[in-house]
Design a binder for this molecule. Structure first.
Ligand code: GUN
Length: 280
């Protein structure tokens, strides 16, 4: 039986309508929600993501303030820009697009963002709240994943959730959120032994490792929910970390690439920005 496809694109479009109404209400109260996105350098993938974020802001009615800095920007200049946005009362959300060029200290830059404006949830304070199980701001990709699982009515309580990839952006926060939903969580990575034995036990499989079509049907339990976070370009075409064609014959639910996790990440960024504007 073919898996049910979970369309992040459809959910995001539905959410955009609700978010536009919330932005209107805020504007009536004299608050114009505003997101600043800092991008250093010219990484083409990052440039595409930043453009998508700008487009989503326009659709919802959030002011967007892109800040493009040259590749050779120093740490000090980056911090001056962050400080300027921290101090600007018209800016509610600040996002530093990752990855930064190799000469820059990513952790220091993320710590520089005022935690109240940290719509990515990457500041150590916000990461700490998430670890304690009381998130103030939830990172966008894991938040989008959970939203999709709940909307598709995938059973969470007591389910075995296996997360492939231990990044600070996706793997670690996704594992914590699923734990909060009473899943039993296995967090796997490049040193994990007998990986397929573990993935085959997953009721929910989250894949965020950046290897095109890495997860095949043989690695998936029949009926599992498979969430593909990967975005890879192979022969000019986008594909995920999951071999969609073979896995959709085995899984119960599956997200496509494109049109799955990507649009939900942007939708949750809009959500976090509106929440930051409400708090302000
Ligand atoms: N690069 C890839 N994903 C993300 C994200 O969610 N936030 C930021 N700031 N950079 C990213």
């Amino acid at each position: 039986m073919k898996a049910q496809m979970i369309s992040g694109k459809d959910y995001a479009a539905e959410l955009a309508g609700q978010q536009a109404a919330r932005a209107d209400t805020l504007r009536l109260l004299g608050i114009k929600p505003c997101l600043a996105v800092i991008m250093v350098g010219e990484d083409p993938a990052s440039a595409t993501y930043v453009r998508n974020k700008e487009r989503a802001c326009q659709k919802v009615g959030i002011d967007s303030r892109p800040v493009f800095l040259p590749e050779d920007t120093t740490q000090e200049t980056l911090h001056v820009e962050i400080d300027r946005l921290n101090a600007d009362p018209a800016v509610h959300g600040i996002l530093v697009q990752l990855p930064l060029p190799a000469h820059l200290n990513e952790a220091a830059a993320l710590m520089r963002v005022n935690a109240a404006k940290d719509v990515d949830g990457f500041h150590a304070l916000n990461a700490g709240f998430l670890l304690r199980g009381a998130p103030a701001v939830t990172p966008c990709t894991p938040k989008g994943i959970l939203y999709m699982l709940k909307k598709a009515r995938v059973p969470l309580d007591g389910a075995h959730a296996v997360v492939l990839g231990r990044s600070n952006i996706v793997g670690k926060p996704a594992a914590l959120l699923l734990l909060q939903e009473n899943c039993t969580v296995s967090l796997c990575h490049s040193h994990t032994r007998n990986l397929a034995d573990i993935t085959r036990q997953a009721d929910i499989l989250i894949v965020a490792i950046g290897k095109p079509r890495f997860v095949t049907a043989q690695m998936v339990k029949p009926g599992a929910a498979v969430i593909d976070v990967g975005i890879n370009r192979v022969d000019g075409k986008l594909c995920g970390d999951v071999d969609f064609d073979s896995v959709s014959d085995v899984a119960g639910w599956i997200t496509p690439v494109p049109g799955g996790v990507g649009p939900m990440t942007v939708a949750m960024l809009m959500e976090n920005t509106l929440e930051a504007a409400c708090r302000a």
